[in-house]
Ligand binder design. Structure first.
Ligand code: SF4
Ligand code: SF4
Length: 221
């Protein structure tokens, strides 16, 4: 059965618009464009201008040092076990005072330490797991590259630079201190005794041509 034709209402007449509305209808869509042209520009001139990140931004990792230069990492591998992306490789090794190979206070140090930034998702679980606060994250975010090898960061790349008053390991702990003294903030700087030890052993090493870095270059998984 055919329906009767619908009768026009007042609302239908309003929706049609008037003469001027019909005249400018084709350019009405440009209103948004013109309005945007006079707004403040949000484009950043990156990489010439780098905006600071939020203070707690998760960027590249850093392996921290004690105030005398010894490393905070004790090679416990907790960070590697906590990592959901399997991006960290750690191999611990024992400090050896007799052979002049002490890199951290206490028993062990991180002999091999690598982070694979092709896997890392910057979740921060590794730094939460670290018992010594050896591992933290910086605000550095420029980590792009065009090959795999350069995105596997080694211990040397991750170690914090030496600050004033620090000596490059290996060297002995501050005389008369224990491991806990370091974590209780009782060591403020390298002592003259440590300085003499480093000078002496550096010249001995140079004469003997040996490398006491104790670091390998094994590739991460
Ligand atoms: S930030 Fe997350 S993904 Fe990256 S190394 Fe740490 S635990 Fe692994
Ligand atoms: S960074 Fe921390 S959690 Fe990882 S091996 Fe070193 S001490 Fe252990």
């Amino acid at each position: 059965m055919r329906r009767p034709p619908r009768r026009s209402t007042v609302a239908d007449d309003d929706a049609k618009g008037g003469f001027f509305a019909d005249l400018f209808a084709p350019v009405a869509g440009f209103g948004v464009t013109f309005a945007t042209m006079f707004r403040k520009v949000a484009t950043q001139e990156y990489p010439e201008v780098k905006w600071p990140t939020q203070p707690r931004f998760h960027g590249r990792h850093q392996l921290n040092r004690h105030p005398d230069g010894l490393e905070k990492c004790v090679g416990c591998e907790l960070c590697a076990w906590a990592c959901p992306a399997d991006a960290i490789l750690v191999e611990g090794r024992g400090n050896d005072d007799e052979r002049g190979l002490r890199f951290s206070p206490g028993e062990r140090y991180g002999h091999i330490y690598q982070i694979n930034y092709l896997r890392c998702i910057f979740c921060g679980l590794c730094i939460e797991a670290c018992p010594t606060r050896a591992l933290t994250m910086t605000n550095e975010y420029e980590l792009a590259d065009n090959n795999r090898a350069d995105l596997i960061f080694t211990k040397e790349q991750l170690l914090a630079p030496l600050q004033e008053g620090m000596l490059p390991p290996p060297h002995p702990m501050v005389a008369g201190t224990e491991e806990r003294d370091y974590y209780q903030g009782k060591v403020a700087t390298a002592t003259d005794e440590q300085r003499r030890w480093v000078d002496q052993h550096t010249s001995d090493r140079d004469a003997g041509g040996s490398d006491a870095s104790g670091h390998d270059t094994e590739e991460a998984r």
